[in-house]
Design a protein around this ligand. Structure first.
Ligand SMILES: [Zn+2]
Length: 268
C-alpha cells in the first residue's frame, strides 16, 4: 500500500475511493471475476499471508492462543484483489490488558485512559466492579482468579473479533492509493490453535451476515488446514436475507497450503 502524507494527498485518496463506486457501477464485478482473482496464484499468496499475519499476532491466555481476525476493504484491480487492512483499535488495548492484569491499579488507570479502554471497562461483564474492589483493598488470590477469568472472556470476545470504527475507516481511506473497482468489506476467520494443530475457522456468523446486508458485502475468508473457503456474501446483501445458503462459496484446496501451515513453527 502506498502511503503519502499531507491534506492534498488525503483529499486525492478520498476522491480515488469515491471513484471506485463509479467504476464498479459501470462495470460490476461478476462472481466469476472474484473467484478467478481469489484462486489466482497472487490471490492465494495474499490470502495465505493474511492468515500467517493473524496467527503471528495471536495472544496466549490461559494455555490457549487466541488468533485475532483481520479485516478491511478490498478492491479488484486488473484481476488482482487488494486487501486493504483496517486496524481494529480495541485489539491492542486488550493485548495490554492481559499484560497488566497482575496490577489492578495500573490496569484500571490504563483502561480509563482511552475511549477503547473505557468501552472495555463498561462492555466486559464484572470488570469495572472487580477492579474497583481490587484497588480499594489488597486483592485476594480468589479475586485475582476471578479477574483472570474476566480478562480471558474479554480476550475471547474483543480480541478475537475484528471491527473497525468510522474514524479508522476514514483515516485508512485517506492513507491508501485506491485503484480499480470496489469489492467491499472483508475479514478473516482464522484457525483455532489447539495442541492437536489447526482447526478450521468458523463459517460466517449471523452478525457477519447482518453486516454484509448493511454494507453490501463482507467477504469472509475462512481458514482450513488444507486451504480456505471464501464466502462472497454479496447475494445476501442483494436479497436482504441473512441466509448462508445464498452465499457464493469459493473453495481453495492444495497440498502446498497443507504443508505450509503444518510447519512446526505454526503450532502453538
Ligand atoms: Zn466474522
Amino acid at each position: 500500500m502506498a502511503v503519502t502524507a499531507g491534506p492534498a494527498a488525503a483529499q486525492d485518496h478520498v476522491a480515488q475511493y469515491l471513484g471506485l463506486s463509479k467504476a464498479t457501477l459501470e462495470h460490476p464485478i461478476t462472481p466469476a471475476e472474484l473467484e478467478a482473482a481469489l484462486l489466482s496464484p497472487a490471490g492465494v499468496r495474499d490470502v495465505a499471508a493474511l492468515f500467517e499475519k493473524s496467527m503471528a499476532s495471536s495472544l496466549a491466555m490461559g494455555g490457549e492462543a487466541i488468533v485475532p481476525e483481520l479485516g478491511g476493504e478490498a478492491t479488484l484491480d486488473g484481476g488482482h484483489l487488494r486487501f486493504v487492512e483496517y486496524p481494529d483499535p480495541v485489539q491492542p488495548v486488550v493485548r495490554r490488558m492481559v499484560d497488566l492484569r497482575g496490577d489492578p491499579q495500573a490496569l484500571l488507570d490504563f483502561l480509563n485512559g482511552s475511549a477503547e479502554g473505557k468501552q472495555l471497562l463498561t462492555g466486559t461483564g464484572g470488570l469495572h466492579a472487580q477492579l474497583f474492589q481490587m484497588t480499594t483493598k489488597e486483592p485476594t488470590i480468589e479475586q485475582r482468579r476471578v479477574l483472570d477469568r474476566i480478562v480471558a472472556g474479554a480476550v475471547a470476545i474483543h480480541f478475537k473479533t475484528w471491527a473497525a470504527t468510522p474514524e479508522v475507516q476514514r483515516a485508512m481511506i485517506e492513507k491508501t492509493d485506491w485503484r480499480g473497482r470496489y469489492v467491499g468489506f472483508w475479514h478473516l476467520h482464522p484457525p483455532v490453535r489447539t495442541s492437536a494443530g489447526l482447526v478450521p475457522g468458523f463459517e460466517p456468523s449471523m452478525e457477519d451476515m447482518q453486516i454484509a446486508i448493511e454494507k453490501g458485502q463482507l467477504l469472509t475468508l475462512v481458514f482450513r488446514p488444507d486451504g480456505f473457503d471464501a464466502y462472497d456474501l454479496e447475494p445476501l446483501a442483494r436479497t436482504g436475507q441473512p441466509d448462508l445458503g445464498k452465499a457464493h462459496v469459493i473453495r481453495f484446496r492444495s497440498p502446498d497450503w497443507t504443508q505450509r501451515f503444518a510447519a512446526p513453527a505454526d503450532r502453538p
